[in-house]
Design a protein around this ligand. Structure first.
Ligand SMILES: C[S@@+](CC[C@H](N)C(=O)[O-])C[C@H]1O[C@@H](n2cnc3c(N)ncnc32)[C@H](O)[C@@H]1O
Length: 260
C-alpha cells in the first residue's frame, strides 16, 4: 500500500488535534535526562514539544510514513537530542526507554493485547507508557465512511481492508485491566469527548479525509478517491443535514501507566 498520509491535510485541524496530545502529555511524569519514544510521531512538532516538556536527553520519533517524516526532519535539525526514524509500530521494540508515548497512532495496529504487552516489556520498573486512541467509530462520520466503502462501485477497488482501526480499539475498562495485568502500579484509562466546533458538516469530510480515510485513498488511487469523497459528502450531508457551525463530538480514550 502506498503512503497515503498527507501532512498538509492532517495539519488543517492541528489546533483541534493537539488538545488530546496536551491532555496525554499532562498525564506523564517528566523524565529529566531520560529517553522517550514517540510511536506514530507524524509531522514531529508535537514530538519536539514532548521532548522539551519531559526534559528528556533523547527523544526518538518513529513513523512508517515517509511523507510525515519528511516534515519532521526540520525539528531534528533544530532541537538537540531529537531524532526521527522510519519504523513500524507493529514490529517496534527497544530497551532503556523511560517513556513510550503514542498519540493517535496505536489504532492503526491490530491486536492491542499483544501490542501493549510488547511495549510494556520494552520498559523497566518505574517507566511509563502513554497512549491515546480515537473511539469515535460509531459516529456518523465513520459509519458513513464505512458504508460508502461497502458500496459496490468502491468495494471492488478496495478489496480486503487490512486496516480496521475500529476493530483494534478496546474499551477504557479493558485497557485498565490490561495495564493492571501487565504490572501497572499507577494508571489512568479514561474516555473523553472533545467537542470541536467546525464551520460546517463539510469540514467533517475534510477532517476524516486527513486521517481515517488514508488507507481508502491509498487503495483507490486519486481519481476513484475523489469519486468516493463526493459520495461520502453527499451521504454524510443527508445523514446529518447541513449544520453551520457543526459540533463534532469526538470520543477518545487516553491511557497512562507506570510499571513495577
Ligand atoms: C493521526 S497521525 C498522529 C501523528 C502524531 N502522533 C500526532 O499526534 O499528531 C497517525 C500517525 O501514525 C502513523 N502510523 C500509522 N500506523 C503506523 C505503524 N504501524 N507504524 C508506525 N507509524 C504508524 C501514521 O503514518 C501517522 O503519521
Amino acid at each position: 500500500m502506498s503512503d497515503a498520509w498527507d501532512p498538509e491535510q492532517y495539519l488543517r485541524f492541528a489546533a483541534e488535534r493537539r488538545q488530546p496530545f496536551d491532555d496525554l502529555r499532562s498525564m506523564c511524569m517528566p523524565v529529566p535526562g531520560g529517553r522517550v519514544v514517540d510511536l506514530g510521531c507524524g509531522t514531529g512538532e508535537l514530538t519536539a514539544e514532548l521532548h522539551r516538556s519531559m526534559g528528556a536527553a533523547e527523544t526518538l520519533g518513529v513513523d512508517r510514513s515517509e511523507a510525515m517524516l519528511a516534515e519532521a526532519a526540520r525539528f531534528a535539525k533544530e532541537v538537540p537530542g531529537l531524532r526521527f526514524e522510519l519504523g513500524d509500530i507493529s514490529e517496534w521494540r527497544a530497551s532503556g526507554i523511560d517513556l513510550i508515548f503514542a498519540n493517535a497512532s496505536l489504532h492503526w495496529v491490530p491486536g492491542h493485547e499483544t501490542l501493549l504487552a510488547r511495549l510494556r516489556f520494552s520498559l523497566a520498573p518505574g517507566d511509563q507508557l502513554a497512549f491515546q486512541v480515537p473511539a469515535t467509530f460509531g459516529h456518523p462520520s465513520h459509519v458513513t465512511a464505512a458504508a460508502v466503502a461497502a458500496e459496490p462501485q468502491f468495494a471492488a477497488g478496495l478489496g480486503e481492508q487490512g486496516d480496521d482501526p475500529g476493530a483494534a480499539v478496546l474499551s477504557p475498562a479493558r485497557y485498565a485491566e490490561l495495564l493492571h495485568s501487565l504490572g501497572a502500579v499507577q494508571q489512568t484509562a479514561r474516555l473523553q469527548v472533545y467537542g470541536h466546533v467546525l464551520p460546517s458538516v463539510e469540514s467533517v469530510v475534510e477532517w476524516v479525509r486527513g486521517s481515517f480515510l488514508t488507507p481508502i485513498r491509498a487503495r483507490l488511487g486519486e481519481e476513484r478517491f475523489e469519486a468516493y469523497l463526493e459520495r461520502y459528502r453527499e451521504r454524510l450531508l443527508s445523514e446529518l443535514g447541513q449544520q453551520r457551525p457543526y459540533f463534532y463530538a469526538f470520543r477518545r480514550i487516553l491511557g497512562w501507566a507506570r510499571f513495577s
